[in-house]
Ligand binder design. Structure first.
Ligand code: FAD
Length: 410
């Protein structure tokens, strides 16, 4: 007999302490499973979950029948109920989606159709109708969506972490997952601070999800291309022009919602995010460059195809990143009285966008089952969450249950 301590074993090991990993762990502990969450940062929610627009999306935009449509609609109501139950900041303030050009009107109609198909209440407004909600917004027409809200996803994630621990789960911070070894009855999760065993494993690695899939010995079929979204804060004068959430009609070629103005839960107003290629996976500004990661992004055939198809849009986004004047012109389409002098830099988030080798920007949430010896969801399985962009923060609670269902562990 050696005196070595046994490797700890859990029903479920969750990689990644963002809101998707934590919601999965929360659902699992509520079902009585033993759970460990492994997060490489020293705190939870340090990446996408802690650096986003903090909007509780209604489910308006998403193609009917997809995961996004189903899980965002459920998630919108559940997020608000969770905030109420745990006394977390939130407000159901509604939002306007504003068409400023005639060619956007058919797209606004299509959004209304999608909203109807997804069961999301929405009301068409003319110019005067817009002014009753947002007196300083100019537009040809708009949709008013009453169920949209605002919150603070970092606080929600931290509360989920607290509940996981209260239910007997463990949170391991400052511990990077470096590999996986699949065995007949479980998976060895290798980390910088020793191994853990999971009967099943769920990987919610956000900006690193494709890398983690490759570490587990599977081809994810996509690469994560990091798109930074920068925010501009409004001066007090400009903030007084915004009551709630003001969105443009999104460009259907992209899974991004466009530069919007949002009054946050703390009362401050921001506009953003734009979408520029980040020079590193966690590239929160132009100075953060990781040459090997950048080279990997730039030589990936999917990135090259995206660049070839959307170069004009890309140049516009870079211009808006480097020039306040270019950014303000975008905002002035909806809020003509905002000037460049009203804007100041206000942080950024980096989107983990899965891109296929043919240049397709994956739109819906994407899961990949790496089946155990007895099939998907059985002991020895790893489930990879490969694409969980917006509205995955809104949809996290139902996504967590969806994942448990897929693991056969519900
Ligand atoms: C600019 C921006 C605006 C957005 N706005 C909204 C919005 O208003 N509403 C909305 O619903 N959604 C929004 N989103 C999307 C939302 O933020 C994400 O969908 C959600 O946060 C994804 O959560 P996640 O847990 O998958 O990823 P993350 O929060 O990125 O978590 C992944 C975690 O995995 C960890 N990790 C990575 N590699 C390892 C490893 N090897 N070992 C251990 N841990 C590892 C990371 O450190 C990280 O903490 C926005 C996103 C961005 C970027």
């Amino acid at each position: 007999m050696t005196g070595l301590p046994a490797t700890p074993r859990y029903d479920l090991v969750v990689v990644g302490g963002g809101i998707v990993g934590l919601a999965t762990a929360y659902a699992a502990t509520r079902n009585g499973l033993s759970v460990a969450v492994v997060e490489r940062e020293q705190r939870l929610a340090n990446h996408q979950t802690g650096n986003n627009s903090n909007v509780v999306h209604s489910g308006l935009y998403y193609a009917p029948g997809g995961y996004k449509a189903r899980l965002a609609v459920a998630g919108c109501a559940e997020t608000i109920a969770f905030c109420r139950e745990h006394d977390l900041p939130h407000q159901v303030c509604g939002k306007l989606v504003v068409a400023t050009e005639p060619q956007e009107l058919p797209r606004l109609d299509e959004l209304a159709r999608r909203g109807d198909a997804n069961g999301v209440e929405n009301h068409r407004l003319d110019e005067n109708g817009i002014r009753t909600y947002e007196p300083d917004v100019r537009g040809l027409a708009a949709l008013w969506v009453p169920s949209t809200g605002i919150t603070d996803y970092r606080l929600i994630a931290e509360k989920l972490g607290e509940l996981v621990e209260k239910n007997g789960g463990e949170i391991h911070l400052g511990r990077t997952v470096t590999g996986f070894a699949r065995r007949p009855a479980d998976v060895v999760v290798r980390t910088t601070r020793g191994d853990l065993l999971g009967a099943r494993v769920v990987v919610c690695g956000g900006l690193r999800s494709d890398e983690l899939a490759r570490l587990a010995g599977t081809d994810p079929g996509v690469r994560i291309v990091p798109f930074r979204g920068e925010y501009s804060g409004f001066s007090e004068r400009a903030a007084s022009l915004v009551r709630g959430l003001i969105y443009p009609v999104p460009d259907p070629a992209f899974p991004f919602l466009g530069v919007h103005a949002t009054r946050g839960i703390d009362g401050t107003v921001h506009a953003g995010p734009n979408a520029v290629l980040a020079m590193a996976r966690e590239g929160y500004d132009w100075r953060t460059v990781k040459p090997a990661e950048l080279l990997g992004t730039l030589t990936y055939p999917g990135t090259l195809k995206v660049a070839r198809t959307h170069w004009r849009y890309g140049i516009g986004e870079v211009r808006r990143s480097l020039s306040t004047r270019a950014m303000v012109r975008q905002i002035q389409r909806m809020l003509p009285e905002v000037t460049a002098a009203d804007l100041h830099p206000a942080g950024a988030g980096v989107r983990a966008q899965a891109v296929k080798a043919d240049g397709t920007l994956v739109d819906d949430f994407l899961f990949l089952d790496q089946a155990g010896p007895d099939g998907a969801g059985r002991p020895g399985s790893i489930l990879h969450v490969l694409n969980a962009p917006s509205p995955a923060a809104t949809a996290a609670l139902p996504i967590g249950r969806e994942i448990l269902d897929r693991l056969g562990a519900a």
